[in-house]
Design a binder for this molecule. Structure first.
Ligand code: XMP
Length: 513
């Protein structure tokens, strides 16, 4: 196991960002519940602890507090924002309500660089977000840096290896913030920078082999990034002991099934079973127009088909592989409605492993999305898979408005294929969050050659986003939009008109249903 830095989560929206920054420094980090017993951290062999920020005041009745024994373990500790106030509170300093709430950009002046600010300029832009602040240092501490609004923007107790900063080094607005984090990890904790993609793959392959032994693993392959990388990693570890199942639900994009078959069967030589359930899905969706009902039917049918197909190939299988990622499993509590801390249920195969008496194997559960992409690339997956845009589980089922019929799906598939081709050719595919076509069951008049037409409408949904929580429509060059539009109306039968969706999220969602 690589050396670990523990991040205790006190409910900040930025806790995951801290963990990522640490990993970007090639040091392994793990997010722990704020009250994790010191004995556990010690048993896990952590080499340093970071106390995250948090929305509460240390004095609040419901304020999250750590196990105070962490200050006795003997490993360095860095308190960030709320974390530094906890140090003040528990180590004998004073924390008070600040008159001026410090929020946004400020200036840091470093008075005493020490190990934390080693190699940095004396003044830096920093990003603050706090109401309370430290007003008296705990014994043993000295001030190392000041800001416009705080005499204790940086503090340290060199002897015990305790450091505190009132601002947020993990956000990009803070100049050289990552250098401060690296100084803590490497210069202060002495952590080995041994968390690289290559090391991860080696650890993980050994781990999977030890766990699986001579057993068999089944994995549902959707073609998305997570399940693709999970498949490639499992295949590297156990080869023929892995069987993948790909369900064709009839709601796939043009050429998707063929692409998946070619890549995994022929290229990777993975034992891939393609289950064609498209007629079952389409039969069940016939005449359904309500979006929620569509989703329910698709979800339920998927679980049924997947379960059935696993039974038919079960043999001696003991394991069900899943592409669960770290953000899905972070052991944390929801503090003051912090959405980052909520544990999400993964995919729609929730109760399946227990029902089928399968043990779960989740080789990516330690990784963030960008780490998964790097692992995928290192395992030889093409850029088109590793960097592909998100695609919803219910597929084109949420992109055909009104009734889902084979004819409407065909029109949408063809229009979407043109859009993807042009997005790829122009390179914009890689620059936007998602780009896709939506089928509208509205007929409008057009003229094609000398003939009057009366055909359907295709909407283009092309958005920019960081995390899909909010999104804005992408301002693509007009000549590109023009080319996409004219190609769709010329090449796709059944379409007489193309419109562009210029709604942002909120209030609109990214998908139309
Ligand atoms: P919305 O439409 O809610 O979408 O703005 C946010 C992101 O989630 C994707 N999405 C889904 N993904 N199953 C999925 O796996 C779904 O049912 C689903 N609905 C939306 C959507 O493509 C976007 O990236």
């Amino acid at each position: 196991m690589p050396q670990t830095i523990a991040v205790l989560d006190f409910g900040s929206q930025l806790t995951q960002v801290i963990a990522r920054r640490i990993r970007e420094c090639q040091v392994y980090s793990k997010i722990y519940h704020y009250a994790t017993p010191a004995a556990q951290l010690k048993a896990d062999g952590v080499v340093g602890i970071i106390l995250s920020g948090g929305p509460q005041s240390v004095y609040a009745k419901t304020a999250p507090h750590p196990d105070v024994a962490i200050f006795k373990i003997g490993v360095p500790i860095l308190g960030i924002c709320y974390g530094v106030q906890l140090m003040g509170h528990f180590l004998g300093g004073k924390v008070a309500h600040s008159k001026a709430r410090e929020y946004g950009l400020g200036q840091l002046t470093i008075r005493k660089p020490g190990k934390l600010f080693a190699g940095l300029p004396r003044t830096l832009k920093i990003w603050n977000s706090h109401g309370d602040k430290l007003t008296a240092l705990p014994p043993g501490f000295v001030a190392t840096a000041v800001s416009d609004n705080s005499a204790f923007s940086g503090i340290e107790d060199k002897k015990r290896g305790f450091y505190g900063i009132q601002f947020h080094p993990e956000v990009f607005h803070t100049e050289r913030g990552v250098d401060m984090i690296r100084n803590f990890l490497v210069g202060i904790c002495g952590a080995a920078q041994d968390w690289t993609t290559k090391d991860f793959i080696a650890h993980s392959v050994a781990d999977i082999r030890a766990k699986v032994g001579k057993g068999r693993v089944l994995l549902g392959l959707s073609g998305g990034v997570d399940s693709s990388v999970a498949a490639a990693l499992l295949h590297k570890a156990i080869g023929k002991q892995l069987t993948c199942v790909f369900v064709d639900n009839g709601l796939l994009r043009k050429g998707e099934r063929e692409y998946v078959e070619a890549l995994y069967k022929r290229n990777f030589k993975i034992d891939l079973r393609v289950v064609d359930a498209s007629s079952l899905f389409l039969r069940r969706l016939k005449g359904i127009t309500d979006p929620e009902q569509k989703r329910k039917i698709i979800g339920r049918t998927f679980v049924e088909v997947f379960e059935q197909s696993l039974k038919s190939i079960k043999g001696r299988a003991e394991f069900l592989g899943q592409g669960t990622l770290y953000p899905d499993v972070i052991e944390s509590v929801s503090i003051a409605g912090n959405p980052a801390s909520l544990i999400k249920t993964h995919h729609n195969v929730g109760g399946l492993p227990a029902r089928m008496k399968l043990k779960l194997i989740e080789p990516l559960r330690e990784l963030f999305k960008d780490e998964v992409r790097h692992v995928g690339a290192a395992l030889g997956l093409p850029k088109e898979v590793v960097w592909r845009q998100p695609f919803p589980g219910p597929g084109l089922g949420v992109r055909v408005m009104g009734s889902i019929t084979a004819e409407n799906l065909e029109i949408l598939r063809n229009a979407d294929a043109v859009l993807q081709e042009e997005m790829m050719a122009s390179g914009y595919y890689w620059k936007v969050w998602q780009s896709f076509a939506v089928f509208l069951p509205v007929k409008t008049v057009g003229v094609f050659g000398d003939e009057r037409t009366y055909d359907f409408v295709i909407a283009l949904r092309i958005v920019e986003s960081i995390d899909a929580m909010t999104a804005d429509w992408a301002k693509l060059p007009h000549d590109l939009l023009q080319k996409i539009s004219s190609r769709i109306t010329n090449e796709v039968r059944g379409v007489s008109r193309v419109v562009l969706d210029i709604s942002s999220k909120p209030p609109a969602t990214i998908e139309w249903e």
